[in-house]
Design a protein around this ligand. Structure first.
Ligand code: VGL
Ligand code: ZN
Length: 203
């Protein structure tokens, strides 16, 4: 049985000091590096927005980061500009081991956001990651990264939707926590779909 390790959005903009900083985001990098050698297949996802991306508050006159608006007919949190294609903020944290790692990019369509690394937020288009995993015979994915309450959560939900077994590494995740408790609620939502939430020491 093939198991894949999925590292979600370990990018500078989600690290302390970044444009959409996640508290302690950098602390998950050593966990990712520790687990990598145990997997034949390691995938890193990259939030990869064009400058005119509709999730940016800056592209909506009068809006500010954290506001709730609309994009592509869906409710949308407006974010600070982040992970703009090719910028320092879009690149992976310098300590992430990328040797032999396959990279999947998402969020490239300015008209819709894509928290999940598998489908956009409207489930309109696939990124290719789902087919990639299924074509390689992957049955189980171990997932960690940033942010627990957005991209990790929706990637886990979509992976479960494809019928994959999912193990989420709790200490390998940190959340945005726009509302305190969002990460706990996200873990609960993941668990409710059948994902197992474990500590890296249990793996
Ligand atoms: C993310 C908000 C906006 C994430 C990406 O990686 O969780 N969150 N874009
Ligand atoms: Zn984004």
């Amino acid at each position: 049985m093939t198991r894949a390790l999925l590292l979600v959005d370990l990018q500078n903009d989600f690290m302390p000091g970044g444009a959409l900083a996640v508290r302690e985001g950098d602390l998950v990098v050593p966990t990712a590096n520790l687990l990598e050698p145990r997997f034949d297949l390691v995938i890193a996802t990259q939030d990869w927005h064009p400058p005119n991306h509709g999730s940016f508050a800056s592209n909506h006159p009068g809006a500010k980061p954290g506001d709730l608006g609309e994009l592509g007919g869906l409710p949308q949190v407006y974010w600070p500009d982040h992970c703009v294609q090719g910028t320092h903020g879009s690149w992976f944290h310098r300590d992430v081991e990328l040797n032999g790692v396959t990279i999947f990019r998402k969020g490239t369509d300015p008209g819709i956001d894509s928290y999940s690394a598998i489908f956009d937020n409207g489930h309109r288009k696939a990124t290719g990651l789902g087919d990639f995993l299924l074509a390689r015979g992957v049955r189980e994915t171990v997932i960690l990264g940033l942010a627990t309450d957005y991209c990790v959560k929706f990637t886990v939900l979509d992976a479960r939707g494809l019928g994959l077994d999912v193990i989420v590494v709790e200490d390998g995740c940190r959340g945005v926590e726009l509302i305190p408790g969002d990460s706990d609620r996200a873990f609960e939502a993941m668990r409710a779909t059948g994902a197992r939430i474990v500590r890296s020491s249990e793996l």
